[in-house]
Design a protein around this ligand. Structure first.
Ligand SMILES: NC(=O)c1ccc[n+]([C@@H]2O[C@H](COP(=O)([O-])OP(=O)(O)OC[C@H]3O[C@@H](n4cnc5c(N)ncnc54)[C@H](O)[C@@H]3O)[C@@H](O)[C@H]2O)c1
Length: 340
């Protein structure tokens, strides 16, 4: 496989977030210059690695993004309000930060003559489909978040191809590890379980817990993602990034987390969340072929590392920081009535 010249200056949106901050670490370790932005709607400020040229800024601020991208070789757009379940109740908020923000980011990258744009999409693009999801399936997103990610992909591809910029769409799924936001009640099921159990709380499970997912440890996502900066084989491709084994149910995940934390598991089974897809996992065949993708950290080991990190920081109350635009009978009570 032909290797392209290394990227010199990398721009990362969402650099205070989970994935963006780990990706920044990897590029800094390679000696590259990293410019990063985040508006701190999510993430943690102390996630931003020392050495990143950090700007607290919104991806929807087009003029600022274009100015900050001057001289940048590759743009990774990791920022998003990645709230799949919540997107049914706050679709405007989610769409602004998934679709509109991406149209601005890819336009700014093109205008500032970046060579390549790497977009972090989501498995939600596939929706209710045959598992494991392969990249050539016709997408059938089931909620505004998945619809938004797919629309954003189409914008990236359309604009990049029109203006001669290379593009890559990475499709990660259910990442776990240190630095993940764990005081956010709307997403990151494993981190929510850990934070709840540390507070001696019962776990809330939507439905009967039989919905199944695969989880990736963050370093196993960063490794293929960083190759997407330069790999010629990745240009113009949609690539799943995540394991296709250790497919576990949410209830099994809860049992495993409780066992690793050595605490008693007590659960409340709540009504299913609207539009939640029962089975979702991706085929990793394309990532294996193009990037030599090979996950190294098991689910159990990944959870251990995340538990240790959350324990060291201490449990935190859940922050209900997003306004619900639509409150209906379908709104989970865990979101409409914050816990005491
Ligand atoms: N973590 C996962 O399991 C997972 C799975 C599939 C896809 N993804 C995608 O990967 C990307 C990174 O996810 P993550 O888990 O690191 O999420 P994260 O919430 O930890 O990080 C995202 C960061 O983006 C920032 N942000 C959001 N909107 C912004 C805006 N308009 N301007 C500037 N900053 C903004 C947030 O403050 C946050 O720090 C997202 O695009 C997400 O959709 C993540």
């Amino acid at each position: 496989m032909r290797e392209a010249a290394p990227a010199q200056r990398v721009f990362i949106s969402g650099v205070a977030g989970f994935l963006g901050s780990h990706l920044a670490d990897a590029f800094l370790a390679d000696g590259l210059e990293v410019v990063g932005v985040d508006n701190l709607v999510g993430g943690y400020l102390d996630n931003v690695p020392a050495g990143v040229s950090f700007h607290r800024a919104d991806c929807n601020d087009f003029a600022r993004m274009r100015a900050l991208m001057q001289g940048v070789d590759v743009v990774y757009h990791c920022a998003a309000t990645a709230y799949e379940g919540l997107s049914v109740f706050s679709p405007h908020f989610v769409t602004q930060n998934v679709v509109t923000a991406t149209s601005g980011m890819v336009s700014a990258a093109i205008a500032s003559r970046a060579r390549r744009f790497v977009f972090c999409s989501s498995m939600a693009r596939y929706g209710e489909n045959e598992v494991p999801f392969s990249e050539d399936l016709a997408p059938r997103p089931q909620d505004p978040y998945g619809i938004g990610k797919l629309a954003a992909e189409l914008l990236v591809r359309n604009l990049a191809e029109t203006h001669g910029v290379e593009w890559v769409v990475a499709v990660p799924h259910n990442i776990i590890g240190p630095r993940q936001k764990y005081d956010d009640p709307y997403r990151n099921v494993a981190a929510i379980f850990v934070n709840s159990l540390l507070q001696g709380r019962r776990l809330s499970i939507y439905g009967d817990g039989s919905q199944r997912r695969c989880f990736s440890f963050v370093s196993d996502v960063v490794a293929p993602l960083r190759q997407m900066a330069t790999s010629p084989a990745c240009a113009g491709q949609v690539i799943n990034v995540g394991p296709d084994d250790e497919f576990v149910s949410v209830l099994e995940l809860a049992q495993l987390v409780a066992r690793l934390m050595d605490v008693e598991l007590r659960c409340d089974f709540l009504p299913p969340r609207p539009r939640e897809v029962p089975f979702a996992n991706c085929s990793a065949a394309k990532a294996r072929a193009l990037l030599g993708y090979e996950p190294r950290v098991s689910l159990e080991e990944g959870l251990r590392q995340m538990i240790d990190w959350i324990r060291a920081r201490g449990p935190r109350p859940f922050l209900h920081h997003v306004d619900l635009e639509i409150v209906s009978d379908a709104t989970p009570r865990t979101w409409s009535t914050p816990e005491p």
